[in-house]
Ligand binder design. Sequence first.
Ligand code: FES
Length: 64
Amino acid sequence: MYVCICNALRDKELASASSDARNVAEVFRRCGRRPKCGKCLPDVAKLIEESRDRQNGICKLAAE
Ligand code: FES
């Protein structure tokens, strides 16, 4: 599914680039693109948050 229509970026590509990303700009940089209209930015931010949640979950399990 396309998340960023302007750059033809799909959810899987953005999710992969979101791993350990500090912010949305870093995700776009990793994809070799720049945001244009900005409509997708909340969705990309959510992908970063989901990536962090997954990592925190893994860390929690490792700590237990
Ligand atoms: S939809 Fe991503 S910049 Fe326009």
